[in-house]
Design a protein around this ligand. Structure first.
Ligand code: NAP
Length: 441
């Protein structure tokens, strides 16, 4: 125990998966933490909805008065681990305005209110840390804001949602449908009772907004992020992807887009994509997360690990707590939010990617050239085509499936092509349209 230095008071808001682990580490590692910080940390209180003696902590530490705890004179650091945007936003603002340093893992709140929170931290000359808000235990916020502060980040792409990665990995391994894989993930506790935030990409979009904001020094909110979830990915898509040497992953992608006149915009998007099996992100399976950062001087860096779970997330939270505590003991501040670049957000229509398009067509001569002509008419260049016959349950020929892989094209050009393909007599269905990432062409 460090002698002579005043203890630092800590308030933890939330005693769920993450809060419980944070409280455990505060207790079990008290001496090591004190030595690393130069002052002991003392837990002053824990904010919860339900105060009861059966919660594994002394009941007199528990309180429903979140605001009161956040403003207490003997609290130096408030650790927000409740979840919803409210009451977390109010509690954090109260804490900051009362001069407390704040650590939060609340991505939904940060992706919506980062400017408001960072302004409040700035005005109060205190820290706001949020390493755990993106990719759980994986250090990615600090590398972007500090280690790469002298470089120029070009692209951040990653798998930042464990639930959808678990479902897509299960579909690839077992051939299961999306519905069956989701049911399996729910039964094993990998999906929430209401999985909407995960499977529709909202969670990944919030994280993309946070990553894009810090990578490109530009305010990006969750609403700025183009978002498609995984609910439409079929077992056939996964099979076709495999035949093309690819896995399907839900990616969060943040990149600089350079326009013809040399001006730059930021693209932030979340969607399922084909990723070549040779790409490092293709082998990130199950509930794991990974983020690949490309920077002008550093080149490609990959961060991989456990993206969720009480203990892994608590590791990132505690790293922030130690940083905030050291700053209070030794002086110094977290890097302030950097938004000087103020780049415009690129609409999805101008963003170029490669595409995989699967069509069900009539099985007759000339169909392939009719389809190819439609791509050419919209200036979408084809890289590869596969055609195979389709048969019904009795083995009768019922048409053909054409799978087209394009070179890079804008979303707008591809959308027009798909609309035109749907109008062709020879096309019965456009079965799927998926982007392809991780290749140069
Ligand atoms: P959780 O298990 O649902 O726990 C939430 C805790 O917050 C509970 O203790 C709950 O109190 C308390 N709480 C919620 N609303 C409250 C309110 N209105 N007033 C007072 N207390 C309230 O959540 P979690 O999984 O620990 O996640 C916490 C935060 O970490 C979230 O922002 C989440 O997005 C983020 N995060 C979680 C993970 C993860 O793997 N779990 C990973 C990365 C980031 P009661 O116990 O009394 O109900």
């Amino acid at each position: 125990m460090t002698v002579g230095q005043r203890p630092l008071g800590v308030a933890v808001l939330g005693l769920g998966n993450v809060g419980t682990e944070v409280v455990r580490i505060l207790h079990e590692s008290a001496d090591d933490l004190a030595a690393r910080i130069g002052a002991p940390l003392e837990l002053r209180g824990i904010g919860v909805r339900r105060v009861a003696p059966d919660r594994g902590v002394p009941v007199d530490l528990l309180t429903e008065d979140i605001e009161g705890l956040s403003a207490r004179d003997d609290v130096d650091i408030v650790v927000e681990l409740m979840g919803p945007v409210e009451p977390a936003r109010r509690a954090i603002l109260t804490a900051l305005r009362h001069g407390k340093s704040v650590v939060t893992a609340n991505k939904a709140l940060l992706a919506q209110s980062t400017g408001e929170l960072s302004d409040a931290a700035e005005s109060a000359h205190v820290d706001l840390y949020f390493e755990a808000a993106v990719a759980g235990a994986i250090p990615v916020i600090r590398p972007l804001t500090q280690s790469l502060a002298g470089d120029r980040v070009l692209r951040v792409a990653g798998i930042v949602n464990g639930t959808t990665n678990y479902i897509l990995s299960a579909m690839a391994e077992t051939g299961a449908s999306y519905t069956d894989a989701l049911a399996d993930a729910s039964a094993l506790g990998y999906a929430e009772a209401d999985p909407t935030a995960d499977v529709e990409g909202y969670d990944a979009a919030a994280k993309a907004a946070i990553l894009a904001s810090i990578a490109f020094h530009t305010p990006v909110r969750a609403d700025d992020v183009y978002r498609e979830g995984i609910t439409k990915v079929s077992a056939d898509d996964v099979k076709s992807a495999h035949a093309l040497g690819c896995a399907i992953k839900l990616l969060s992608i943040c990149e600089r887009i350079t326009d013809a006149d040399g001006s730059e915009r930021v693209s932030a998007r979340v969607h399922p994509a084909l990723v070549p099996l040779t790409h490092p992100l293709a082998s990130v399976n199950g509930a794991f997360n990974a983020v690949v950062v490309e920077a002008a001087a550093a080149g490609r860096l990959m961060f991989y690990g456990q993206g969720a779970g009480g203990a892994p997330t608590a590791s990132a939270v505690m790293g922030d707590v130690v940083m905030a505590a050291r700053n209070r003991v030794q002086g110094g501040r977290a890097p302030r939010e950097s938004k000087y670049a103020q780049l415009p957000i690129a609409p999805i229509g101008v963003v170029p990617t490669r595409y995989y398009v699967s069509l069900h067509v009539s099985d007759r001569p000339g169909v392939l050239s009719t389809v190819a002509a439609e791509f050419a008419r919209h200036e979408v260049s084809i890289a590869e085509v596969r055609q195979e016959g389709m048969v019904d349950e009795d083995g009768q020929r019922i048409g053909a499936r054409i799978a087209v892989l394009t070179h890079r094209a804008t979303d707008a050009a591809l959308s027009e092509t798909v609309a035109a393909l749907k109008d062709l007599d020879v096309v019965s269905t456009v079965a799927s349209v998926l982007r392809m990432e991780g290749t140069e062409e």
